[in-house]
Design a binder for this molecule. Sequence first.
Ligand SMILES: [Zn+2]
Ligand SMILES: [Zn+2]
Length: 136
Amino acid sequence: MRQCMATAEVPSGPLLLAILAGQGRVSDGELVDVPETARCELGLWHGDEHAAFVWDWEHKPTDALWARWTPDGTMRFESLTHCEAEGGADGDACTLYRDHSRDHSWNVVDPEMESLRRRVLAENAGLLAWLTRKRE
Ligand SMILES: [Zn+2]
Ligand SMILES: [Zn+2]
């Protein structure tokens, strides 16, 4: 399943307030990690609002702060518990939140990363053939 392509600007003031409301303080060093834009991490054609991870709580490792936004760009912040379902080819834990819509993260493919992967493979087909050829 392909990843939703929605992006949105993250309003830094409201995000900072949401972080402070959750953990009481935030250091200047940590603020470097605050994202300026959010990219929806759900699978395409999800029914809920778009959702992107924005902040790891220092006091509550089972939860994280997520940005949720509607198609008109109205964004709110919500603390959500990790999904943690395991599966996929490598038995990875899902990086989304509990009760998210659509597929778990290991089934969601970023089309940009996928096309990059294909292009790199295509451009280096000769090299790959050389690397994987049978030695005589
Ligand atoms: Zn979305
Ligand atoms: Zn999941």
